[in-house]
Write a protein that binds this ligand. Structure first.
Ligand code: NAD
Length: 377
């Protein structure tokens, strides 16, 4: 039987685990053997005994990767652990190659085949493996809860003996997967919600969730359903047109991203200066530089009474469901790896080829090759 090993995550603050007991049971049924490091699921409240009941074995770290040609992780395995891996081992997880290209080089030197889950092409056939969508769903939900908890106001309208409370005004900027979930969550909490995006399709989706749409003449449809980067002139027009709207809001949640680039600036310091004291911004793009000029990734800053929150790794905060969704994405990927009980990935398959970072001693992902050749470490 082909064995999948799952380590306990070691990245600071990471609470998710790559496989849940439910998914282990499915994998075992389909002919895989599964081994988890002791306590691998404990931060997400999945106990070792639940994994063993599902058919997995539990091991200490020294034994974990022995005789395991496949490894599933959430975050990349530490560099120090790469040297001990058998050449040809297939490792799948979130890899963030641009954050540490030297780690990708170390993966290539270890001669392992690394699949970056976040690079899986977003084609219909790969939807069930789409970790960007599953984890963005979690992030959008958590961002709204953070906003609601940090705001000094109610979100819903209340009519009480102590007077009537008007609903909070929430603006969601960037209406992709995370933004839609942020809108839906803010609506469920009773807020008055506005939405803004540069893609036309986003407006329809936002409307269907009960948001009001801010429309500007700038349309920036890019390839594959993504947005393209705005020109400097378009950015200026956008910022000027949005300033008045932003100034009226109690809460702004930003989620705008351009694949492979720093997040676009949607909120300048000047725009934040026009917001009322007590208003707040939750910047979901903090990890890739932020949509607000004042965002400090991983921190919360206050300027003129306006709080700017730049949370990192939000899916980890909802570790149970984020892990469940992520594990199902990996389960669907596993079907591309095993054929008739034999580990036999077709590396030419569009999905695997798109996600492949390293193989047979080479870095095969073009943009990462460019980073390495350019000496970006
Ligand atoms: P993303 O995380 O790359 O970006 C988030 C949002 O920011 C996008 O809606 C984008 O239009 C918006 N944005 C970018 N620059 C902006 C700017 N300057 N101003 C305002 N908004 C800006 O996007 P995502 O959530 O990963 O997905 C984007 C699209 O891809 C969605 O339409 C989604 O439905 C689609 N998608 C398709 C598939 C599939 O077919 N398998 C899977 C996932 C997502």
């Amino acid at each position: 039987m082909v064995r999948i090993a799952v380590p306990k995550e070691t990245a600071p603050g990471e609470r998710r685990v790559a496989l849940t007991p439910e998914v282990v049971a499915r994998l075992v049924k389909e002919g895989w053997a599964v081994r988890l490091e002791q306590g691998a699921g404990s931060s997400a409240f999945f106990a070792d005994r639940d994994y063993t009941s599902a058919g997995a074995e539990i091991a200490l770290r020294d034994e974990l990767f022995r005789d395991a040609p496949v490894i599933f992780t959430v975050q990349p395995i530490e560099k120090s652990a790469l040297v001990g891996l058998e050449p040809g081992t297939v490792v799948a997880g979130l890899m963030y190659p641009h954050r540490d290209p030297s780690r990708v080089q170390a993966m290539a030197q270890a001669k392992i085949s690394v699949l970056a889950m976040e690079l899986i092409p977003r084609i219909s056939r790969a939807q069930s493996m789409d970790v960007l969508s599953s984890q963005a769903t979690v992030a959008g939900y958590v961002a709204t809860l953070i906003a609601a908890r940090s705001s000094p106001r109610f979100f819903p309208m209340l009519t009480t003996a102590a007077g009537t409370i008007r609903p909070a005004k929430v603006l969601v900027m960037g209406v992709g997967v995370a933004g839609l979930q942020a809108i839906a969550t803010a609506r469920r909490l009773g807020a008055n919600v506005w939405a803004y995006d540069v893609r036309k399709a986003a407006a329809e989706q936002a409307l269907s969730l009960g948001a009001k749409v801010i429309e500007l003449p700038i349309s920036a449809e890019g390839e594959g359903g993504y947005a393209r980067e705005l020109t400097l002139e378009e950015q200026k027009t956008q910022q000027q047109a949005l300033a008045g709207e932003v100034g009226k809001m109690d809460v702004v949640i930003t989620t705008a991203q351009i694949p492979g680039r720093l997040a676009p600036t949607l909120l300048t310091a000047e725009m934040v200066g026009q917001m009322n004291p007590g208003a707040l911004i939750v910047d979901l793009a903090a990890e890739s530089g932020g949509n607000c000029e004042l965002t400090r990734p991983g921190e919360s800053v206050e300027v003129g009474g306006v709080k700017v929150i730049g949370p990192l790794n939000l899916p980890s905060e909802l570790a149970v469901h984020a892990s469940e969704m992520y594990a199902k994405n990996l389960y669907n990927l596993s079907k591309l790896l095993l054929k008739d009980g034999i580990l036999n990935p077709d590396w030419k398959d569009e999905i695997l080829a798109g996600a492949l970072l390293t193989r047979e001693g080479q870095v095969v992902h073009g943009p990462t090759q460019v980073l390495i050749e350019g000496g970006v470490h």
